[in-house]
Design a protein around this ligand. Structure first.
Ligand SMILES: Nc1nc2c(c(=O)[nH]1)N[C@H]1C(S)=C(S)[C@@H](COP(=O)(O)OP(=O)(O)OC[C@H]3O[C@@H](n4cnc5c(=O)[nH]c(N)nc54)[C@H](O)[C@@H]3O)O[C@H]1N2
Ligand SMILES: Nc1nc2c(c(=O)[nH]1)N[C@H]1C(S)=C(S)[C@@H](COP(=O)(O)OP(=O)(O)OC[C@H]3O[C@@H](n4cnc5c(=O)[nH]c(N)nc54)[C@H](O)[C@@H]3O)O[C@H]1N2
Ligand code: SF4
Ligand SMILES: [Mo]
Length: 733
């Protein structure tokens, strides 16, 4: 028997795991790592089943090539050569890439996704971000100058938390990295703080709160506008950070009275006024909005308003309010103003954001003839057939490609369309570092997990797979050595650091710095460089930031000596250093946002008849891809349509119903529950398993919510998909 420690990669909570292995290296137990200073032993059922996930017999272990209507296993070299031929036939601008959600969790995705994307020579770049949090990046870019400058609620110190459209008791938190989110919410209440949850469903999180408020789907921007209106009207504002545009915000809220907003939200006006007063009066408070406020028609406006309220109540960037993490691998912030909409999509003229185009237009770009039509596609860790709006249309469009390659452990609803599938090794075969998630942590923290197992000889890591794809795409061929790519990237990184005035290694010889790096893979070497250059790095970060912290002097070696992770302390104020806006202040009234307020005002009196569809998540599920692990499926983790019993009775619905939207229709199993407000129905996404080799998932196939969601409607500023507030009708089946 031996024990291994590593971070769970399955959601954003970054829990430390303690894994027990027998003499044959089989996982016999997975527990929470009590010695991890951040997660302190917390674990959920998904983390506990990591061994089962890795041992899933339906995971692919060798590359697959589709030929003559069937699949055959191939050697790695043969598979890479097939990719080389497939990509060579399609010019750069007609190639596309889609990066799915797990690529934000793997080192491979975070370190090699960008080089791979660049090497394709295309603007056809897509990811799950435009089905998720792009509105947050756009709001952060416009207000704070950087798309990653997203504040998180200071969960452990706040006195008042207003939570909109998030259900961390099921999701374990998102863009707010907080292992044991449930425990942290209980502690908030335990110390006399107040938790208010706004959600069209009385979720498990809402049940734990002091107060739960029902809201009509898609209307959080109105609730927040009503709060901002009240803060100005009652002179409750208390701005403590340098801002510009305050007067413009006050002008913009004209007409968004609590009465008008409350009518849009389906709540009493007095409630909006009270929430505003409570936020202003609380010793410290934070507003936190997540997926239910992002994947809606007014997604970017809602994220903007969340931060406007945090600023107006004096809570941005102060302990107990909404704060910025300082991750150990943070590079120097560029001082160039944030730009978006620098180019537009070919067919629908939708704006670029963060170098990406909206996944809501991927099918258009594949189907619509003309120069620049997508003819080849790479997918990495994604399942857009189930996760993209109107994914069913994508299912029809993908066969029209000339070539498709997928990097994925499973043959699934999306990868079944590929010509070549390249499976990454098991989770525990890979090193793990949370480059993305630690940038949104409620405490500064760092932890590296080296691989638990050595790779089988000849089997490439996912990092190597992506590096080789990048080299193929840039014309270096299927046999190019990925180590040359790593050396090129390291050289660029060290050169830039050496050339940057004020950097801890300013003026030092990049070759000498390179010789100091340690690591057994290119990914580890790059991590070492980022840690040592970073704000707590052993190349002088501490001095550069003029502060002493436990855990300074970071390097890969230091992390390897600390298998439970290192606590870097509570969040600290970061304004002005975090800001990279042109004005050097928090820009409260960016022009594109003010322009979009016009749209919000125009829709103020609009009412739709019929039902509005929203989504939901389940603790034992994970988007579309953990339905093949038997212990996690079944029970309450089912694909049912939640409906208020009074609505069901009024419509004469019994076990099943037909649900229709502008995009499509489904027959669904009903789950009447008074936890959902009247006029709203909820269906989880990621179901509708079909045509794959995942035998467990096939038994509980369910239906895909994204047959109903409408790709023709997006949040116009970010291009983000709209999954919540989709108009639907219901009839008996
Ligand atoms: N167990 C599990 N964990 C996960 C995932 C998973 O699939 N399963 N997915 C991961 C991913 S990719 C993400 S992005 C995060 C998301 O993490 P969360 O943001 O916490 O997501 P949900 O649990 O879906 O909670 C969203 C809530 O918003 C509510 N809602 C819907 N529409 C509206 C609206 O218009 N207004 C308001 N105020 N509320 C609304 C829904 O009822 C739901 O309760 O979770 C991650 N963690
Ligand atoms: N209706 C509706 N639709 C939604 C949402 C919603 O709330 N409602 N939520 C949206 C959100 S927030 C998100 S993030 C997207 C997710 O959208 P996607 O990322 O497209 O979908 P996932 O289901 O997360 O698919 C993940 C894929 O990665 C594979 N995978 C798992 N681990 C690894 C790995 O280590 N390496 C590689 N290469 N592959 C791996 C899995 O097998 C699976 O195929 O869905 C969005 N779609
Ligand atoms: S909460 Fe998330 S990170 Fe923690 S064990 Fe569960 S899936 Fe893993
Ligand atoms: Mo997500």
């Amino acid at each position: 028997m031996r024990t291994a420690h590593r971070t769970c990669p399955l959601c954003e909570a970054v829990c430390g795991l303690r894994i027990t292995l027998d003499d044959d290296d089989r996982v016999v137990g997975v527990r929470g790592d009590a010695a991890d200073p951040f997660s302190k032993g917390f674990i959920c059922p998904k983390g506990a089943s990591l061994g089962r996930l890795d041992e899933d017999p339906d995971r692919l272990s060798r590359p697959l090539i589709r030929e003559h209507g069937g699949w055959r296993e191939a050697s790695w070299q043969e598979a890479f050569e097939a990719v080389e031929r497939g990509l060579a036939a399609v010019p750069g601008p007609a190639r596309a890439i889609y990066l799915g959600n797990p690529s934000a969790h793997t080192m491979a995705g975070m370190l090699y996704g960008a080089p791979l994307t660049r090497s394709l020579g295309t603007r056809q770049v897509y990811s799950a971000s435009t089905a998720d949090q792009m509105p947050k990046h756009v709001a952060a870019g416009l207000m704070f100058g950087h798309p990653l400058a997203i504040p998180v609620p200071d969960l452990d110190r706040t006195g008042y938390l207003l939570m909109l459209g998030a259900n961390p008791l099921e999701s374990n938190g998102s863009l707010c990295t907080a292992p044991d989110f449930p425990g942290r919410l209980k502690a908030l209440r335990g110390r006399g703080g107040r938790l208010v949850v706004v959600d069209p469903r009385r979720t498990r999180t809402a049940a734990l709160a002091d107060e739960h408020v029902f809201i009509r789907p898609g209307t959080d921007a109105y609730l927040l506008m009503g709060i901002v209106h009240t803060l100005f009207a009652e002179k409750l504002t208390n701005v403590r950070v340098p801002v510009s545009g305050l007067a413009e915000v006050e002008a913009a809220v004209a007409g968004f009275t609590p009465e008008a907003c409350a009518a849009a939200c389906g709540m009493p006006a007095g409630l909006i006024v009270r929430l505003a007063r409570e936020l202003a009066a609380a010793p410290t408070a934070a507003v936190y909005g997540r997926i239910g406020t992002c994947t809606v028609e007014f997604g970017t406006l809602a994220q903007w308003l969340v931060e406007v309220v945090n600023v107006l109540t004096g809570n941005l960037d102060r302990p107990g309010g909404a704060m910025f993490s300082r991750p150990a691998t943070e590079g120097p912030r560029r001082r160039k103003p944030y730009a978006m909409g620098r180019w537009h999509s070919r067919v629908r003229n939708l704006p670029e954001a963060g170098g990406e185009l909206p996944v809501a237009t991927l099918a258009d770009e594949i189907e619509t003839p003309g120069e620049g039509r997508i003819r080849a596609l790479i997918t990495v860790a994604g399942n857009p057939v189930l996760s993209a709006p109107n994914g069913s249309r994508l299912d029809q469009a993908l066969p029209g490609l000339e070539f498709m390659v997928s990097v994925d452990p499973y043959l699934n609803e999306t990868t079944k369309h590929a010509n070549v599938i390249l499976p990454p090794p098991r989770v525990m075969d890979a090193g793990h570092y949370d480059f993305a998630l630690l940038g949104f942590a409620v405490r500064d923290y760092t932890r590296y997990s080296p691989p638990v197992f050595a790779l089988e000889p000849g089997r490439p890591s996912e990092a190597e797979i992506l590096a080789r794809l990048a080299m193929i795409a840039s014309g270096q061929g299927a046999s190019a050595d990925p180590a040359t790519l790593d050396e090129l990237i390291l050289d660029q990184m060290l050169r830039k650091a050496s050339d940057t005035p004020g950097s801890p290694v300013e003026g030092r010889d990049p070759a000498e710095l390179r010789a100091m790096l340690t690591g057994s893979t290119g990914a580890e070497l790059r991590l070492d460089a980022m840690l040592r250059l970073g704000p707590y790095g052993d190349w002088g970060g501490r001095e550069a930031y003029g502060e002493h912290r436990d855990g300074g002097g970071l390097s890969l070696a230091r992390l390897l000596e600390s298998p439970h992770g290192i606590d870097l302390g509570p969040l600290r104020p970061r304004i002005p250093d975090i800001l990279s806006t042109a004005s050097g202040t928090v820009e409260l009234a960016p022009e594109p946002i003010l322009a979009d307020v016009v749209r919000l005002r125009e829709a103020l009196g609009r009412r739709t008849d019929g039902f509005l569809l929203i989504g939901r998540r389940h603790l034992r599920s994970n988007n579309s891809w953990m339905h093949n692990v038997a212990p996690l499926v079944g029970g309450t983790n089912r694909c049912t349509l939640q409906i208020n019993p009074e609505d069901a009775a009024e419509l004469g619905l019994a076990e099943q119903a037909v649900i229709r939207s502008a995009a499509g229709e489904l027959t669904v199993r009903l789950e009447p529950t008074d936890t959902i407000m009247r006029g709203v129905v909820s269906l989880p996404h990621g179901w509708g398993h079909a045509g794959t080799t995942q035998l467990v998932a096939a038994k509980n196939a369910g239906v895909s919510a994204n047959t109903l969601t409408d790709e023709s409607i997006v949040d116009p500023l970010s291009g983000n998909a709209v999954f919540n507030g989709v108009p639907v009708t219901l009839t008996p089946a």
